[in-house]
Write a protein that binds this ligand. Structure first.
Ligand SMILES: Cc1ncc(C[n+]2csc(CCOP(=O)(O)OP(=O)(O)O)c2C)c(N)n1
Length: 587
């Protein structure tokens, strides 16, 4: 270890990160970053995860932060190394993931001269960070780095420290010392008058529906109690699924473009909709009647539709404060109608799905997703590519409170799944990590196969290879456009992965799907299962406008307008069995 006297800013930087519990930095070494990388080389307890594109570094850090709740770090060298970070940082920031990005910079004496590789990182990252500052003077350390860390952890999102390579090599004029971080995020207790107002609104409504987003994390018991008290159906946005769609006798599925089941109806037929911890952006899917909202962040209140009451508070605490003010309702007619409707919808599509697809070639992607759900571990972590995989994950992955499912839900960028799997597996080496990749997504950051192999990360990649940008094909069809430039010539990705040193299987017949997945999941190291899937297996949103149908019909008459909903049907059926039956009546 260097003595106190010759400690550099780079040494100090890494020491502060270690104090904050950081165990790895995702990035690509080079020029201005080298002083930092050299300290990582010499320091116990912190590793360098060598990615092939800095975009992947930011995705990986974002995944680690989302899954662990702790600070995760990525780094890019000056200029192009920085600009590559942008996509992943947008994703991390919009997901509220506490990520620190070290944006290395050109020599400080050259700033403003149009120097080789010059960008202005402190402008570049402004929109995808809570904090983005230039560390141009050694005296700013270690304070500036600690401020950046506090912003990432405290506000939930990205902080960027921009540091010219020469500053990293300076000796540190100040001792590093120690400074405490803020600890876990605080509970936000709602104001009593807001809770009263919410109780008043609920009392005055006959039919209430709860609609849940990612903010219901940790509030499962409370939401169930509230739903039981109000006899209210519970729907969710994609972000809420993993926290609420299990052990849920009130489940009516999901709303939105990828939605299914009776959620849309329950949301629209309620005379009061309760938004719980959701910033669901598709206001077209929200009713314009009476809405109340609970969110930990006041800036989210009323930003999608006008609300009658807004409560700033965390969901569990708010519901606990609310329950004593609510009487138990006896009338379950609305709830039961919605549960029946939900089951009916699922029964309809499941029949279509199970009858056809077990023998269908090319393989129906929903068949793959359903098998994957069956064979994956109870505490598997799924990372899901943007594209049709969003639909398959939303409809087929059965949450249980232990599994995790992350994707680019808010930024909606392609190619997220594999690098997110890298971060998930690096941070949680004992968990089964499954990347649900599209062929477009995989191709976009294909080099990350090499990262997986290089670090021996036992990530399992399930590739839905439909030789098409399937989601865009669907968009074009819905808009009444013939699909154009969406299809690619076929590629054998299993051969590419094999050449990279990854165990690979290519599956072309439905009969091989389950076995292929099981074999891959049983592999010790990384494995890829490439399933050749049907590019025309499309999925329709639950509420389709006449315009959209017209477009769809214009474009093609052969598209299947269904969406099988695998094991969600089991929950729907068992919830139906819970409906109390007056003697002598049939369900
Ligand atoms: C970086 C980026 N470019 C373009 C898009 C628009 N887009 C959304 S989904 C998609 C197609 C994804 O194709 P693929 O990964 O093959 O998955 P599929 O939908 O076929 O399952 C595209 C082009 C995007 N979301 N992100």
């Amino acid at each position: 270890m260097p003595t106190m006297r010759n400690r550099s800013i780079a040494d100090q930087f890494i020491e502060v990160l270690r104090q904050a519990g950081v165990e790895r930095i995702y990035g690509l070494v080079g020029d201005s970053l080298n002083p930092i990388v050299d300290v990582v080389r010499r320091t116990e307890g912190i590793d360098w995860v060598h990615v092939r594109n800095e975009e992947a570094a930011a995705f990986a850090a974002g995944a680690e932060a989302q899954l662990t709740g702790r600070l995760a770090v990525c780094a890019g060298s000056c200029g192009p190394g920085n600009t590559h970070l942008v996509q992943g940082l947008y994703d991390a920031h919009r997901s509220g993931a506490p990520v620190l990005a070290l944006a290395s910079h050109i020599p400080s004496a050259q700033v403003g001269t149009g120097f080789f590789q010059e960008t202005h990182p402190e402008r570049l990252f402004l929109e995808c960070s809570h904090y983005c500052e230039l560390l141009s003077h050694a005296e700013q350390m270690p304070r500036m780095l600690r401020i950046a860390i506090q912003h990432a952890l405290g506000r939930g999102g990205v902080s960027v420290v921009v540091m010219p390579g020469d500053v990293a090599s300076h000796s540190a004029p100040k001792p590093t010392g120690r400074s405490a971080l803020g600890g876990p995020r605080p509970t936000v207790v709602p104001a009593a008058e807001q809770v009263d107002a919410l109780a008043g609104a609920l009392d005055s409504a006959e039919r209430v529906t709860l609609f849940c987003g990612a903010g219901v994390r940790g509030a499962h018991a409370e939401v169930m109690e509230l739903a039981g008290r109000l006899q209210a159906p519970v729907g969710h946005a994609l972000g809420g699924k993993e926290w609420i769609q299990f052990d849920n006798p009130y489940d009516v599925g999901m709303s939105g473009l990828l939605g299914y089941g009776a959620c849309h109806e329950a949301v629209h037929e309620a005379d009061l909709l309760v938004l719980l911890g959701t910033d669901f952006p598709y206001d077209d899917f929200l009713p314009h009647g009476r809405v109340v909202q609970v969110d930990i962040d006041q800036t989210k209140l009323g930003r999608r539709v006008p609300i009658e009451v807004g409560v700033t508070g965390d969901v569990a605490t708010t519901i606990r404060a609310l329950l004593p003010e609510l009487a138990q309702r006896g009338d379950r007619s609305f709830l039961d109608r919605m549960l029946r409707r939900h089951c009916e919808i699922l029964e309809g599509v499941v029949a279509a799905y199970t009858d056809d697809v077990a023998d269908q070639v090319p393989i129906h992607p929903e068949y793959v997703a359903a098998r994957l759900d069956e064979v994956a571990a109870d505490d598997a972590i799924f990372t899901v590519d943007t594209g049709m995989n969003n639909v398959w994950a939303a409809r087929y992955l059965t949450p249980n409170g232990r599994r995790r499912v992350i994707g680019s839900w808010r930024h909606g960028t392609m190619a997220n799944a594999l690098p997110q799997a890298v971060g998930a597996q690096a941070a949680l080496p004992d968990r089964q990590v499954i990347s649900m990749s599209g062929d477009g997504g995989l191709a976009m950051l294909l080099g990350e196969l090499l990262t997986v192999r290089h670090h021996g990360l036992p990530v399992k990649i399930v590739l839905f290879n439909n030789a098409s940008l399937g989601m865009v094909k669907l968009e074009m069809l819905v808009a009444g456009l013939p699909d154009f430039e969406t299809d690619h010539s076929p590629v054998d990705y299993s051969a590419i992965a094999r050449a990279a040193g990854i165990d690979s299987i290519r599956v072309e017949e439905p009969a091989g799907v389950r076995e292929g997945l099981e074999r891959a999941l049983a592999t010790d190291g990384p494995a890829l299962v490439e399933v050749v899937t049907d590019p025309n297996a499309l999925s329709m949103p639950p509420a389709v406008t006449a315009e959209q149908i017209k477009g769809f019909a214009l474009a093609t008459s052969k598209i299947v307008l269904d969406g099988g909903v695998g094991r969600m049907i089991e929950l729907a059926r068992s919830n139906l069995r819970n409906i109390p039956r007056p003697a002598g009546t049939r369900r």
